[in-house]
Design a protein. Structure first.
Ligand code: PLP
Length: 374
């Protein structure tokens, strides 16, 4: 059986625990357990009383209640809590798609959903965010990517790796094309809340059309990837179908994850977490820009509207995967090559990190870049 690995996650699994400077993660510098408990005001004694049992397998009632509140018109039956957004995307592919179907996928993007679809024998058609036009949605390509065999339009908004947020008009265009062809619209919104400080919070696609499915979780905007909490919000009959697959894959997320997620989503704690994320995203990008500008004529980046990520193009005579491994071997830095997104000549650089760490790693990166620069 030919099962394609998830190239980006494989790179992280192989190297992220051993490099000195990890700029390949997609989230912000993670929150510590003590910080989260402190923000929430929960006493340690009370926390230690948590029973290490299974939670409700579809997610604790109180957690689903908090999640549903974020989505106009959603109630508890529209929510399934999963082990990260990854489980959500994976069981969605296995629920909605079968061999011979087609999907339309934004390009560049996080390739989990399209990889899972290909492994099911699904044909993947893509539509672009246009690099030459500040990553604007190419509406004609989207129309061309949809046909009678298409089951889903899949997008990530805000986008990984570009940090692009679709405008109101672009969102309306996507919805109207999905409606016209009567296909599902899958919006992975894990980066919403991680906008740069000057940018408004990203609205959800939920409720804009009856066939919208939204995926989100705590790994990116909340800085809590180790909780492994994600969720799907969808029509109830889809949640019931997903639940069947959830029982086969993970049964449930963890009790600790559920309890801590409920704390993170309390309005005052959420506000503090999001402010922390926006601060890291903003300052990280400013520092990154300083280092990218240090060597004239090499790097160019459309400032990300959200996320810790900058999808930076470079003008150096080396392939992106080779460059990433050269930086790893010679300087102990890990970045993600544009090759992982089907766009050579780019590096995805994560910068929502402590300043000293960021500066040290980026100055090492520039030592190699100076050697290679024309
Ligand atoms: C768009 C997108 N969706 C899902 C995930 C996986 O998130 P989680 O840690 O919640 O499984 C990632 C991680 O990089 C991502 O970028």
């Amino acid at each position: 059986m030919n099962f394609e690995p998830f190239e980006l996650e494989r790179l992280l699994s192989d190297w992220e625990q051993t490099v000195e400077y990890n700029f390949a993660e997609s989230g912000v510098y993670p929150v510590k357990l003590g910080e989260l408990l402190h923000m929430s005001g929960l006493e340690m004694e009370e926390f230690l009383e948590t029973p290490l049992n299974y939670p409700e397998v579809n997610g604790e009632y109180s957690l689903r209640e908090k999640i549903a509140e974020f989505y106009d018109g959603a109630n508890l039956e529209n929510v399934l809590v999963t082990v990260g957004a990854s489980e959500a995307n994976y069981i969605l592919a296995n629920t909605i798609l079968k061999k011979g179907d087609e999907i339309a996928v934004m390009q560049p993007t996080y390739m989990q959903f399209s990889g899972a679809a290909k492994n099911l024998g699904v044909k993947v058609n893509s539509f672009s965010l246009d690099k030459g036009n500040d990553w604007a949605l190419d509406r004609q390509e989207l129309i061309d990517a949809v046909n009678p065999k298409t089951k889903i339009i899949s997008l990530v908004n805000p986008n990984n790796p570009t940090g692009k947020i679709l405008s109101k008009e672009e969102m309306e265009a996507v919805v109207s094309i999905a409606r016209k062809f009567d296909v599902w619209l899958l919006a992975d919104e894990v980066y919403s809340g991680a906008e740069r400080a000057s940018v408004e919070e990203t609205p959800s696609f939920y409720g804009s059309y009856e066939k919208v499915i939204v995926v989100n979780g705590l790994s990116k905007a909340y800085g809590l990837p180790g909780l492994r909490i994600g969720w799907v919000v969808a029509p109830e009959y889809i949640i019931k179908e997903l639940w069947k697959r959830h029982e086969y894959t993970t049964v449930s997320s963890s009790m600790l994850g559920n309890r801590l997620a409920s704390l993170a989503l309390k309005p005052d704690v959420r506000r503090t977490l999001i402010a922390r994320t926006r601060h890291l995203v903003d300052h990280g990008f400013e520092t990154l820009q300083t280092y990218l500008n240090e060597i004239p004529g090499v790097f160019s980046v459309v400032p990300p509207m959200a996320s810790a990520l900058s999808f930076t193009s470079y003008n150096l005579p080396i392939n992106s995967t080779d460059l990433v491994h050269k930086l790893r071997r010679e300087k102990g830095i890990l970045l993600v090559p544009g090759d992982c997104f089907g766009l050579d000549g780019h590096l995805r650089i994560s910068s929502a990190l402590p300043q000293e760490y960021l500066r040290d790693g980026l100055s090492r990166m520039n030592e190699v870049v100076k050697e290679l620069a024309p």
